[in-house]
Write a protein that binds this ligand. Structure first.
Ligand SMILES: Cc1cc2nc3c(=O)[nH]c(=O)nc-3n(C[C@H](O)[C@H](O)[C@H](O)COP(=O)(O)OP(=O)(O)OC[C@H]3O[C@@H](n4cnc5c(N)ncnc54)[C@H](O)[C@@H]3O)c2cc1C
Ligand SMILES: *[C@@H]1O[C@H](CO)[C@@H](O)[C@H](O)[C@H]1NC(C)=O
Ligand SMILES: *[C@@H]1O[C@H](CO)[C@@H](O)[C@H](O)[C@H]1NC(C)=O
Ligand SMILES: *[C@@H]1O[C@H](CO)[C@@H](O)[C@H](O)[C@H]1NC(C)=O
Ligand SMILES: *[C@@H]1O[C@H](CO)[C@@H](O)[C@H](O)[C@H]1NC(C)=O
Ligand SMILES: *[C@@H]1O[C@H](CO)[C@@H](O)[C@H](O)[C@H]1NC(C)=O
Length: 606
């Protein structure tokens, strides 16, 4: 037997062993759990927030909990648990496959000016197919929420919940008071490629400190940390539900679409769901918690009679509460800057697909499969250079060469010969993405029809406010400055190649702002962070849908807890903040303060 064949056999053997091991740790979610007629709590949606809430509420063995998820269990999909395969999950049957309406002020290089919006439709929700970056946002985000009327959500209030969730395995963060040990959410170092030291040095040349962006100050550059453990994805299904799924007081009903919240006399008392073509009604003795995410939660509320009166009237849906549901939609967008080194350090399909790489991963959980290719993160404010600033731009460093078919599949970019040629000639590229953190432009989620199986209409209204272009333009220029650092030049990077990606803007003078505006309006893309469609605020605030206790204004026994309740989108990726919302929601619902001791320990921190 040749060496290669031997290795192949060994790889397959180890693969099977590892798979059995993974499965063995099991959870076995029953496909067709027999539903009881009533539960104390019903949670709709098993995503980043819903899985956390179900796990925490069911800690109390005297209450019964039903968690309802439209998609299947994540257990049978191996790709979910392998971080590098995250892109392969998009546009699969585990994805809601949403698209936006054609955009007028952005997305001009995208087919039909439409952005593709992946969302998880599986246990774990979008935490089962996201890019695994562990980012909490800025302390200023939460302090601003509190100042706007969201009591109990100031930074000092939410930090203990981030810590409670966390099991930080990052060597250089072990002594940090900002991080937690022993929680369900595993956080590990994410640096795999040799590009890392080049990123750090280049950012230092530009005046950035190397910091823990989840620590005292978010401003600076950090080698990114990921929500993984031993090279496996820590989605909320595995890491939170995993410890709860065999509790007798918790039922998890998968492949079940909730079509309506049942409300009588302004009080929610149950839900209607469809599973296997059959309709079921389930009653909640205490309350119903909606965690369907920023798109589905507003859709379900509107279908149930809670939403803007005029809009519901147009579908003849009786209005139970006239609220700003589906309004205030905020999403991040980024513009990708491709850099082309003359050495191959980036992740390429060829490097991934070797016997050695498979073997390394299966035996040690290391190597290219253990990362999503996101390896670095930087935050800064384009107008305020102080350490305490509230960041308005994020740079994300992706150490992967995206093959052009993948770019086309994911972003639906119009074919551009120059760009494709460039990608074919030089397969060493990596990407720095400049991200707008606080969009002024706000969009909407509205109903297309009263059929719960129809997707709602998603109109993010990207870049309709000129101020957004002005900030992203500064962020983009900062990203391009990287091309002139000594560190990037050592890699043989020629910044001309980066500019060649903006092929539709060549009629503008490159020293003009018009050039950058053109590039942004053509090529900026969603970062997959829609939020704020059921935003939190005081009852008197006409833009708000829920109060700081997460209760829907004017309806009893009904709360929302997912990314849709954010007052404003946070400065960074939204998974950890949504998990925090789930943790906080569970405490609010149970009427306990589970983080008293953590808060005491933090008292001496600034
Ligand atoms: C491609 C991608 C990459 C991302 N990368 C990152 C990243 O690197 N880091 C980061 O921090 N964040 C990232 N995010 C964002 C982050 O994952 C989301 O903000 C977060 O998961 C949202 O959590 P949620 O609980 O609000 O909704 P979700 O996690 O989407 O959960 C909603 C759940 O409810 C279910 N559901 C919806 N409607 C119904 C219904 N009517 N009946 C039954 N079930 C229903 C859905 O199927 C889903 O499982 C990414 C997102 C995507 C899509
Ligand atoms: C689930 O159970 C119902 C009734 O208990 C049955 O009719 C249906 O076929 C089952 N579905 C599957 C997928 O097993
Ligand atoms: C966008 O453009 C289309 C076609 O020109 C127009 O019908 C639509 O009203 C515009 N929408 C907005 C929000 O400007
Ligand atoms: C379902 O009902 C049975 C019978 O009443 C009860 O023993 C069980 O605890 C219930 N389970 C849940 C999760 O509500
Ligand atoms: C409706 O709710 C109100 C307030 O909770 C209560 O006073 C009233 O009796 C209820 N009416 C009916 C018919 O249940
Ligand atoms: C890459 O470029 C650098 C800087 O120009 C140069 O020193 C180096 O020799 C080049 N390496 C290769 C392999 O061409």
């Amino acid at each position: 037997m040749s060496g290669l064949n031997f290795l192949s056999v060994l790889t397959v053997f180890l693969g099977v062993t590892m798979w059995l091991h993974l499965r063995g740790k099991g959870r076995k979610i029953q496909d067709n759990v027999t539903l009881n007629s009533t539960y104390d709590y019903i949670i709709v949606g098993a995503g980043s927030a819903g899985s956390v809430i179900a796990s925490r509420l069911s800690e109390d063995s005297s209450v019964t909990v039903l968690l309802i998820e439209a998609g299947p269990s994540d257990e049978d999909y191996e790709d979910i648990h392998i971080p590098l395969k995250s892109l392969a999950l998009q546009r699969s049957e585990l994805d809601w496959n949403y698209v936006t309406t054609p955009q007028n002020s952005s997305s001009k290089a995208l087919k039909d000016n439409v952005n593709f919006w992946p969302r998880g439709r599986v246990l774990g929700g979008s935490s089962s197919l996201n890019t695994l970056a562990y980012v909490r946002g800025s302390r200023h985000d939460y302090d601003q929420w509190a100042a706007d009327g969201c009591e109990g959500l100031a930074y000092e209030d939410v930090l203990p919940y981030f810590i409670k969730s966390e099991d930080n395995r990052v060597p250089w963060l072990q002594d940090s008071p900002y991080h937690g040990k022993g929680g369900p959410l595993k956080v590990s170092p994410g640096q795999v490629t040799d590009l890392n030291p080049y990123y750090s040095r280049a950012m230092q040349e530009l005046g950035f400190d190397i910091v823990d962006c989840n620590g005292e100050s978010q401003i600076g550059y950090e080698p990114l940390t990921l929500t993984t453990k031993d090279g496996l994805r820590c989605n909320t299904a595995r890491c939170f539900l995993g410890m709860a799924s065999d509790r007798p007081n918790l039922h998890i009903s998968v492949n079940s679409l909730v079509t309506k919240v049942l409300i009588k006399n302004k009080s929610a008392f149950g839900v209607e769901l469809i599973r296997g073509g059959r309709k079921h009604r389930v009653i909640a003795d205490r309350e119903i918690i909606l965690s369907g995410g920023s798109i589905n939660t507003p859709q379900l509320l509107m279908l149930s009679g809670i939403g803007p009166k005029k809009h519901l009237d147009s579908f003849k849906i009786p209005v139970l509460a006239d609220l700003h549901v589906g309004q205030n939609l905020q999403d991040h967008i980024f513009i990708l800057l491709y850099f082309y080194p003359n050495v191959s350090m980036t992740i390429t399909p060829e490097k991934v697909d070797t016997v050695w790489n498979h073997l390394l991963y299966k035996t040690t959980g290391k190597g290219y499969f253990s990362t999503s290719a996101l390896e670095g993160n930087a935050f800064f404010n384009t107008r305020d250079r102080s350490k305490n600033a509230h960041a308005d731009v994020q740079l994300m460093f992706f150490s992967a060469h995206f093959p052009d078919f993948q770019i086309k599949k994911l972003f639906i970019l119009q074919t551009e010969e120059t760009v494709l040629k460039l990608a074919k000639q030089n397969r060493n590229s990596f990407v720095v993405a400049a991200t707008l953190l606080h969009p002024k432009s706000q969009g909407t989620i509205t109903l297309q029809s009263t059929d719960p199986f129809d997707p709602p209409i998603i109109d993010p209204q990207y870049l309709t406010e000129k101020a957004d272009v002005d900030i992203l333009l500064k962020g983009m220029k900062k990203g391009l400055e990287l091309g002139n650092t000594k560190s990037f030049k050592e890699l043989g990077i020629n910044i001309e190649d980066t500019y060649r990606h903006f092929a539709q803007c060549t009629e503008h003078d490159r020293s003009s702002d018009a050039y950058f505006e053109c590039a942004i309006r053509h090529y900026a893309l969603t970062v997959y962070h829609p939020t704020t469609t059921c935003r939190m605020g005081r009852k008197e605030d006409p833009t708000s849908v829920v109060g700081s206790d997460l209760r829907v204004h004017g309806i009893s026994n009904l709360r929302v807890a997912d990314a849709s309740v954010m007052r404003n989108v946070v400065s960074g990726n939204t998974n950890a903040p949504t998990i925090m919302i789930g943790e906080k929601a569970a405490d609010i619902i149970r009427g306990v303060n589970s983080v008293k001791n953590i808060k005491l320990k933090l008292r001496n921190l600034k």
